[in-house]
Design a protein. Structure first.
Length: 158
């Protein structure tokens, strides 16, 4: 199968109403290399667009909300693979969240077997495993300025 690992997607297809940042951009902890006294930031291997080589870059985490008014609010964690800490867009006056666009968005599907029960006492295997999705991005930025109502298409009327 050609799909292995991350599946590239178009931001507007996943978030047609946009996305909102909740909180700040945080470093992701490498639990294997960190100690009680020393924090080590996790890294992820990715293809460097400039050189075309596979490189390890720092891993960042940001919490976003889908801006779809018909969906219940649910915090989604996005892992951002970037050489430098991503800078959040400027806040919009009067809004508690910052609108954001995730560049290089990709989805990772994994099987979560935490609720899978092995056969026991003559019972059959009960599989309550489910597919969980992770969001990955290569950067984030402010969305383009929204079109004002009644602004027209920019063409002169004749």
């Amino acid at each position: 199968m050609a799909l292995n690992g991350l599946i590239p997607v178009v931001f507007e297809d996943v978030f047609p109403h946009g996305a909102l940042v909740s909180g700040q951009v945080d470093r992701v902890k490498d639990w294997d290399r960190s100690t009680q006294d020393k924090f080590v930031q996790a890294e992820a291997e990715t293809l460097d667009p400039d050189s075309g080589e596979v490189v390890s870059l720092p891993l960042w985490r940001v919490v976003i909300l889908d801006a779809d008014p018909d969906l219940p609010p649910e915090a989604l964690q996005v892992h951002v693979v970037a050489r430098h800490q991503p800078v959040l867009p400027e806040p919009v006056p009067g809004m508690p969240f910052r609108p954001v666009v995730l560049d290089g968005l990709a989805i990772e599907a994994k099987v979560n077997r935490d609720k899978c029960k092995a056969p026991w006492g003559g019972r059959q295997h009960r599989c309550s495993a489910r597919v969980v999705y992770g969001l990955w991005a290569r950067g984030l930025r402010a969305p383009a300025a929204p079109v004002r109502a009644g602004a027209g298409n920019g063409k002169a009327s004749g």
